[in-house]
Design a protein around this ligand. Structure first.
Ligand SMILES: Nc1ncnc2c1ncn2[C@@H]1O[C@H](COP(=O)(O)OP(=O)(O)OP(=O)(O)O)[C@@H](O)[C@H]1O
Ligand SMILES: [Mg+2]
Length: 559
């Protein structure tokens, strides 16, 4: 006892040992899903519904027509309805979609979609149920003549749906409608509220029509600005450089391939027979050689480790990127001119590249200055940073986000924006990828990935230089105007003096002098333009291209 009080036996302590379900975990830790604070919780619910509708429409090749309505029922009590014209949900999957966490059609695929975890909408069911005790209501149909209206809750301990009612009837209609009640939430028109969320969603998804009805009954329609439906996202096979030993062990277990060699070429992108031979050569030179013609099912952990180590030493082509879907320069320009009407704008889409060794991603940025750009804060303007990931607005956790950090790491003074934080500037950044490394399941900020931050910074520096050219041109134009006025004033005085001395007509002398002044200024203009062209050419030459671009080398990405 040693005077430390009564000790307890491990058997006694382990009486408390229990398993818990993932749903139970998120019930207790709902902030991980974005349910913290009354404003954020409401926006999160809408975000989960709308991202699912957009994903479903995109995969089905349907032009999205989405409506969201919020009705106030009490002090912090609201009714939310969302509707889409998407492909609908087959009846046998409704329980899995709305009543089970970690269930969905996306998390196991290398595909650019907004959802990736299989938690989102079950999180809505959970949040609605734990704040109101009420079920979520779903109406859905795949368009084959049967409609189902279902009310369900989650059996939290079992992480499965508890269907309370299912009303099936005949009707030709296609889509999904969701209705739920929430308590402890609040509607705001401010930047982090549903209106701004949907406005930004419309900017990044110009192919979607989005209708919003706010609690006052005001209806806003964000019309689509293009009839072009984005190509359905395509799956991109994993790149060898992004694979860990544990991934390979698991893939080898489930493959149908009979030989390790064919398993490797069919599982990974950029893995040709020649690359398999290179791997074999490195393995043969090692301490424990083995044949890549063996069955993948018989691969040991140590052998998988050897394969991964060999992959690190070999160069592979960068991952294929056909599956990435940026918003596009033309669409961003349209949106920016339409909403911000700026004095200057520059938009840039970088070439796709890879993060974490093998996950394809692409960055697009836009900068707008003047006009309605920036955030209006009563007596002044502040810089506005619009963050997007896979065309989904990120409104929260901005301080922790790689996008914000990248913007803040740029020395804007160098590009002529002196007081950047208080300038009328809007910066839009969209990162698209088959896998976005979010900082949490709430998916509101991107983790500090070096490759992603580097690409964002490069893009910002390029648009910064464009701004600088605009700024120096504007400054020069102003200086020229002042010089013109001074010269004109002198020529008036000079004309009067010369007329006196020579006895010639003052008006004619003045006319000639003014012509001289204008010719001189015109000559200067032409010289300036020449210089500017040269400057731009030099910039193109000195670009910021990575000499390794297009290749993923072992040294850089091996870890
Ligand atoms: N409106 C909808 N129309 C068609 N299918 C849908 C709709 N909403 C959800 N689904 C299906 O339900 C699944 C689960 O949705 P959920 O939001 O829980 O996860 P997710 O979108 O896959 O990933 P995340 O957790 O990142 O949102 C989706 O993968 C999709 O297959
Ligand atoms: Mg989702």
């Amino acid at each position: 006892m040693d005077g430390k009080g009564k000790e307890r036996h491990a058997d006694d302590l382990f009486k408390e040992f229990k398993e818990t379900s993932i749903t139970e975990f998120f019930r207790k830790n709902k902030t991980h899903l974005g349910y913290s604070g009354s404003i954020r919780s409401l926006t999160t619910v809408i975000h989960e519904m709308v991202t699912n509708s957009l994903d479903a429409c995109e995969e089905a090749g349907i032009q999205p027509d989405i409506s969201v309505a919020i009705k106030k029922l009490g002090n912090d009590h609201y009714l939310i309805r969302s509707e889409d014209n998407g492909p609908g949900i087959p009846i046998r999957h409704i329980s899995g979609v709305f009543g089970k966490m970690l269930a969905g059609t996306k998390f196991h695929r290398n595909i650019q979609l907004r959802g990736q975890q299989g938690i989102g909408v079950a999180g809505v069911t959970l949040f609605s149920q734990i704040t109101t005790g009420k079920p979520i209501k779903i109406k859905t149909s795949t368009g084959k003549g049967k409609v189902n209206e279902i009310a369900l809750m989650i059996d939290i301990a079992k992480n499965k749906a508890d269907i309370l009612s299912n009303n099936e009837y005949s009707q030709y209609w296609r889509g999904t409608e969701i209705e739920c009640e929430l308590k402890g939430v609040n509607f705001t028109l401010r930047e982090q509220g549903p209106f701004e969320y949907l406005r930004r969603t419309a900017i990044a998804n110009p192919h979607a029509k989005i209708t919003f009805t706010d609690p006052e009954g005001r209806r806003t329609i964000f019309e689509r600005s293009t009839e072009k439906v984005p190509k359905p996202p395509v799956e991109i096979k994993p790149h060898p450089k992004g694979t860990e030993v544990d991934d390979l062990v698991n893939m080898a277990k489930i493959t149908d391939g009979r030989k390790v060699s064919s398993f490797l070429t069919s599982t990974f992108s950029r893995m040709s027979n020649a690359k398999v031979k290179e791997i074999q050569k490195i393995i043969n030179e090692g301490d424990a050689p083995f044949d890549l013609n063996k069955s993948p099912k018989k691969l040991t952990w140590a052998e998988c480790e050897q394969i991964i180590n060999a992959i690190k030493e070999i160069k592979f082509l960068a991952p294929p990127t056909e599956g990435l879907q940026p918003i596009g320069e033309e669409q961003i320009r349209k949106a920016i001119l339409n909403i911000l009407d700026p004095e200057f704008e520059a938009i840039l889409t970088r070439n796709p590249t890879a993060h974490s060794g093998g996950v394809p991603f692409q960055v697009e940025v836009a900068i707008a200055y003047g006009g309605q750009a920036g955030r209006n804060i009563g007596d002044g303007t502040k810089v506005e940073i619009m963050r997007f990931a896979n065309r989904t607005p990120l409104l929260f956790d901005s301080g922790a986000c790689a996008i914000t950090k990248s913007v803040n790491s740029v020395e804007w003074k160098r590009y002529g924006i002196k007081d950047f934080d208080n300038s009328p500037t809007t910066i839009l950044i969209n990162v698209v990828s088959t896998y976005i490394p979010y900082t949490s399941a709430g998916k509101q900020s991107i983790a500090d990935d070096e490759d992603i931050m580097k690409e964002i910074r490069m893009a910002l520096m390029e648009v910064g230089r464009k701004y600088q050219i605009f700024y120096s041109r504007q400054k020069r134009d102003m200086e020229k105007e002042v010089r013109k006025q001074i010269l004109m004033r002198y020529s008036t005085e000079l004309a009067a003096g010369l007329a006196n001395i020579t006895g010639k007509k003052e008006e004619e002398i003045l006319k000639k002098l003014n012509t001289l002044v204008l010719e001189k200024l015109k000559l200067e203009d032409e010289l300036d333009t020449l210089e500017e062209d040269e400057e731009e050419e030099i910039e193109d030459d000195s670009g910021i291209k990575d000499p390794e671009e297009g290749m993923v080398s072992g040294a850089e990405n091996g870890t």
